[in-house]
Write a protein that binds this ligand. Structure first.
Ligand SMILES: C[S@@+](CC[C@H](N)C(=O)[O-])C[C@H]1O[C@@H](n2cnc3c(N)ncnc32)[C@H](O)[C@@H]1O
Length: 196
């Protein structure tokens, strides 16, 4: 679903791995998402709607399509960059992934109207995304998965404590960190899974 035509937004693109398709599938980024899917599958192996905020090339959905360890009704890729969204659509079409929606939108404008009680909101782009409305607008009781990293010039959320201080949850189900290396530097990725 194309909601609105955005201009390509490059000012926030600071991730060390680069912004090419290959840069979005570096070993560390794949490891981060495999970690996410593994831990989420332990908590919720079957969910309703999955919102992926800042979905880039649809990487999380692609890894889930290749290894479907979580069953879902529909996965909604939310992305402000039209080129990334179009590329993710081409990749998913090639893979034949079903039940994917493409939403060209600022995550801060979402009303999560499709999110049911068994839905989940995933944001692996905490350090790339400005604003807090994407979190504030999530209905209470929703399962939320958040990842951030250190050694990143973006919004500071450089520990799991930073994440929960900034995005408070009523229940923290999982929190952890993973030591990784991107093409430029060693870094730590942090993840919190919980209920808003
Ligand atoms: C660099 S990528 C993802 C980085 C993250 N480490 C990962 O691997 O998932 C961040 C994406 O978020 C998108 N983005 C940034 N702000 C956004 C917003 N407010 N709403 C939707 N997408 C956004 C960018 O266009 C970009 O594709």
């Amino acid at each position: 679903m194309i909601l609105q035509d955005f201009h390509t937004h490059q000012s926030n693109l600071d991730e060390s791995s680069g912004y090419s398709l290959a840069g979005s599938f570096t070993r560390d980024l794949i490891a981060s998402k495999v970690w996410l899917l593994t831990e989420l599958a332990r908590i919720a192996p079957q969910v309703g709607i999955i919102y992926v905020l800042g979905s880039w090339y649809g990487n999380l959905g692609v890894l889930l399509a290749l290894d479907p360890i979580i069953k879902y009704k529909k996965l909604i890729n939310v992305e402000t960059n039209k080129k990334f969204l179009q590329a993710s659509k081409r990749i998913h079409n090639y893979l034949g992934t079903g039940n994917i929606e493409y939403m060209l939108a600022d995550a801060n404008t979402l009303d999560y109207r499709q999110l049911g009680l068994d839905g989940v909101v995933i944001n692996t782009s905490l350090t790339d995304m400005e604003g807090q409305a994407w979190f504030d607008n999530i209905p209470k009781g929703t399962l939320v998965v958040m990842q951030s990293r250190d050694h990143d010039p973006g919004n500071a959320a450089h520990s799991t404590q930073d994440i929960v201080d900034r995005y408070p949850l009523t229940e923290i189900i999982y929190n952890g960190k993973l030591e990784l290396e991107d093409p430029e530097t060693e870094y730590t990725r942090y993840m919190v899974i919980g209920v808003k």
